[in-house]
Design a protein around this ligand. Sequence first.
Ligand SMILES: [Zn+2]
Length: 382
Amino acid sequence: MSYLVLARKWRPRTFDELVGQDHVRRALTNALDSGRIHHAFLFTGTRGVGKTTIARIFAKSLNCERGVTSKPCGECSACRDIDAGRFVDLLEVDAASRTKVDDTRELLENVQYAPARGRYKVYLIDEVHMLSTHSFNALLKTLEEPPPHVKFLLATTDPQKLPVTVLSRCLQFHLRRLPLALIQDRLASIAQAEGIESEPAALRAIARSAEGSMRDALSLLDQVIAFGGGRVLEAEARTLLGTLDRRHVETILNALADQDGAALMECAARLDERAPDYTQALAELAASIQRMALLQALPDLRGEDEEQDAALATLAGRFTPEDLQLLYQIAILARRDLDYAPDARGGFEMALLRMLAFRPEAMNVGATAPRAATPPASGPAR
Ligand SMILES: [Zn+2]
């Protein structure tokens, strides 16, 4: 038997299991429970935030053999076939790969036929904005006079490209990127259920790299598990994700506070051995600096990661607010300009050297900006 990837194994099967998107869950369960179900829904939002998952749960709710319900049983053959992706009356179409007029016409001609097995035929048309004009017109005609046994679930990452005539006939929901903490919690509970040892910092790094997409987070978790021989440790996760771990961030910021160019370049060299993704590394650095600025301004702030906050608060004590603003600006501009650097490592190193050269406090006290190879100063700069 082939290994089932986590994203599929742990795909939520009921509205109760759905993580995030509470506004959509509420609207759909209310509609199902009241029996007033609109015939066309439009889900907008980025990839990997639950469009297919929601469509499948909705299809089960409509077709569960125990009746239309917001809590499909998950056991009848309709529920099980939908979960397995082989239910004939759930038609999933990716318009991005099916823009040919004939295909869509064929699809929409079949709309008129009654469902083969279930109560409703459910059409999930993903990336609906990619349909040709001709296909749009065909779809529109169907939306104007939908047969009673059909529900449309349209999804798009780019609603601007949809004609108003389509928008006005759909109930529209925006699916949000999932918050970092929500993804991290989900990863933790899945790791626990799978009996996989995991470090919170590793899960957090994965969650951050996923940028709001649960599917991306789970596929990264798969990769880290494989890479780490069944364990999810921070060092391995960072290596795989190409991100900075917190020890690197702390070393870099301490070297900057010390005005220690040698330590700074040594850290860059150690980092390079792991062939990091420098765009990600600069993003991590910027995120840490931003957190430091926040902790400086709001000392009583309590975050999800108290240990890391404590370390960053200590570091923040070594910089003025103006310093942190400047360091942050240098980090994000370097990230933006990384493609223009002769090579990524060079671009990263230049950013660190710029941070070293432009520390205003050091300049204010009349010190000249030290060169990269300057040996460590006898004491920290004031
Ligand atoms: Zn069922």
